[in-house]
Design a protein around this ligand. Structure first.
Ligand code: SF4
Length: 377
């Protein structure tokens, strides 16, 4: 059992430079520091997050989290309502939440200020807050819940995510949310572990199970391997699997000799292209969405967000199939962050905006704007 320590913090809300193009969140909150679910592949263990070594044993509970958030949002004239992502780095429904209810107290504040929300978890404790999340959906117009599931096999999930809810419990959780609310709810199938949970059969079972659970979407992502996190991952995989599967030598450049890997911290392009295109075929076969619907604000950003969603979805698809995508992504982000409604730009302002876009992006911009049936003046 992990040690829980209550601690006062100075700030709680992280503000991103631009809304994220996978989860669409602009703000982020972590109710806890540390995560006792102890997944063997956890990316939060890498140095870039500056979390302690005993990440799974020493959990810091952000005692004044709700108070800090209330203060921040009450003075939020310059914070436009946009998605607050809860628990991006440490699971918001880990065991400590049963006693401290920090996540629940933060959701109550989010409801009070009518901000849209996005929650990611590996725990069926989230069902406890389903009514609260539904209220947020009704008041803000948006609530997204993602259950992170990396395998359909309970026995394997117990080995790789020892203290999280079983995979079958997480699928059940999606079913319950879908049956009893209008919350957008789906699966993060990430990371698919090379040689462990990424075979064609594993992938098809996952997409079929998502369909059966009535999930709204399934997002797919590969394993990243960085510094401390990589070392621990390889150590654990050896224990579970008996050895490091050969595929790691090929796609990450893993070397047995010094137990290190060279090159990129992600798998090579060939691996990604193969897995992504197979995943997209599966989504077509099972009629599953592979993107989350974004929050569309009811203010000057409305059309900007709708258009940027289409650009960024297009860019995502191109990236998945290993085609050039950066120009479309750039156009999507630029429109998303416009300080003025795109339909109210003057013709010179509009021309200036699309001047930096590629021909393809310019055509798409005109097409999407005309589909929105807007008039320039
Ligand atoms: S639930 Fe998420 S944050 Fe917690 S250990 Fe697993 S991967 Fe890391």
């Amino acid at each position: 059992m992990a040690k829980h320590t209550e601690k006062e913090y100075k700030s709680i809300l992280n503000v991103r430079k631009a809304a994220d193009n996978w989860f669409w969140n602009r703000y982020g909150i972590n109710p806890y520091n540390g995560c006792e679910f102890n997944c063997i592949y956890c990316d939060s263990r890498s140095s870039k997050y500056h979390l302690p070594e005993d990440f799974e044993n020493a959990i810091y509970v952000k005692k004044n989290a709700a108070l800090l958030l209330d203060k921040r949002l009450s003075k939020a004239r310059r914070l436009k309502p946009d998605i607050i992502g809860v628990g991006g780095t440490c699971d918001p429904y880990q065991q400590a939440e049963k006693d401290y209810k920090t996540t629940q107290s933060l959701l109550k504040v989010i409801l009070k200020y009518r901000f849209p929300v996005q929650v990611v978890s590996k725990s069926n404790l989230i069902i406890r807050d389903m009514d609260l999340l539904q209220k947020i959906k009704e008041e803000s117009g948006y609530c997204n819940v993602s259950l992170s599931i990396t395998t359909t096999d309970d026995e394997l999930s117990q080995k790789i995510e020892p203290s999280a809810s079983l995979s079958s419990e997480r699928f059940q959780c999606i079913q319950t949310i879908k049956q009893n609310s209008s919350i957008q709810c789906g699966i993060l199938f990430m990371p698919a572990l090379p040689g462990i949970s990424d075979s064609n059969q594993d992938m098809e079972l996952m997409v079929a199970s998502a369909k059966e659970a009535n999930a709204d979407y399934i997002l797919f992502g590969g394993l990243t391997l960085r510094d401390k996190q990589a070392k621990r991952y390889f150590r654990e995989i050896k224990t579970i699997h008996g050895d490091i599967p050969v595929i790691y030598h090929k796609i990450y450049g893993f070397s047995d000799k010094n137990q290190t890997y060279k090159g990129s911290y992600t798998a090579n392009m060939e691996y990604h292209a193969e897995k992504n295109s197979y995943f997209i075929d599966l989504c077509k076969k099972y009629k599953m969405a592979y993107r989350i619907k974004r929050f569309i604000p009811n203010d000057f950003r409305k059309t900007n967000y709708k258009i940027s969603e289409r650009f960024l979805n297009n860019a995502y698809f191109l990236q998945m199939i290993n085609k050039p995508y950066k120009d479309l992504q750039y156009a999507g982000f630029t429109i998303q962050e416009l300080p003025k409604a795109i339909e109210y730009l003057t013709i010179p302002e509009y021309n200036l905006l699309i001047e930096k876009f590629t021909e393809k992006a310019k055509k798409l911009c005109d097409k999407y704007l005309s589909e929105e049936k807007l008039l320039f003046y």
